[in-house]
Design a protein around this ligand. Structure first.
Ligand SMILES: Nc1ncnc2c1ncn2[C@@H]1O[C@H](COP(=O)(O)OP(=O)(O)OP(=O)(O)O)[C@@H](O)[C@H]1O
Ligand SMILES: [Mg+2]
Length: 244
């Protein structure tokens, strides 16, 4: 469970002070699927970086599963990141010289997991995203949607309880977007907590709740009555010849 209280983030770059987050309060329960929307510069990525323990707030508190993250040192933060969190970015962030299999194994490599187990877990993760046949390909031999599925396999290899995705479909065509959303919905059904940033209202409607940021604040939070089913949308889209 995530509890954010009175959170502020101010960036000081030279003489300019940017208040990226101003008094954000939010609670995310285990198993929630949250979409974050808002104009460019409204603080969405700043929020995700703090949630992902990649950055820290200027003021306020962030409790993750009851632990005040302020009290943790770098090593403890790294253990939490490795053990509990998975990240997916718009730009995929795959290492170009490693093949699919090795990219997916990377978090386990950093966690000191032996090569046999790394291979077994990476194979299982690649099966889940339907890319076992591409295990030997390097990123430049994959389509955008395939790269993002590799990134998702990598993000879920340590069975994260919290998956953070910052515009994961931003660079993808419709079919690939539906595939990615369908994977997220499957992870969600299996119990993962998911927080997803998107500019697209239709993508946001795959979540259970949509939170809107503006000028560093949460200005609105709405429940999605009937979340869209990505698997079904993908099938319909393909039936129509993929020309929508
Ligand atoms: N490392 C940084 N140093 C200084 N300012 C920053 C930094 N990162 C973000 N900002 C500023 O903080 C504000 C919020 O940025 P953020 O990246 O969180 O926006 P965003 O909502 O993710 O936008 P987008 O939709 O374009 O990705 C912006 O004004 C941005 O310029
Ligand atoms: Mg952003």
């Amino acid at each position: 469970m995530i509890v954010i209280k009175d959170l502020y983030k101010t960036y000081n770059t030279g003489t300019v002070k940017v208040e990226a987050l101003k008094n954000v309060n939010i609670t995310v329960n285990d198993g929630d699927f949250l979409a974050v929307m808002g104009p460019s510069g409204s603080g969405k990525s700043t929020m995700m970086n703090i949630l992902g323990l990649l950055d820290y707030p200027s003021e306020g508190s962030y409790l993750l599963d009851g632990v005040d993250t302020r009290s943790l040192d770098e090593r403890q933060l790294a253990i939490l990141r490795n053990g509990k969190l998975g990240f997916v970015f718009q730009s995929f962030n795959l290492l170009p010289r490693l093949n699919t299999q090795r990219n997916v194994e990377l978090p386990l490599f950093y966690a000191g997991v032996g090569s046999k187990q790394r291979q077994a877990l990476a194979t299982a993760a690649l099966e889940r995203v339907g890319l076992i046949s591409h295990a030997g390909h390097r990123p430049n031999e994959l389509s955008g949607g395939q790269k993002q599925r590799v990134a998702i396999a990598r993000a879920m290899i340590n069975n994260p309880s919290l998956l953070l995705a910052d515009e994961p479909t931003g660079n993808l065509d419709s079919a690939s977007s539906y595939e990615i959303m369908s994977l997220f919905q499957e992870l969600h059904r299996q119990g993962s907590t998911i927080i997803l940033v998107t500019h697209e209202p239709e993508i946001a409607r795959h979540a259970q709740q949509i939170v809107h940021f503006r000028d560093g604040r949460i200005v609105n939070s709405e429940k999605v009555d009937q979340p869209l089913d990505a698997r079904r949308l993908l099938e319909e889209w393909l039936e129509q010849g993929g020309l929508a």
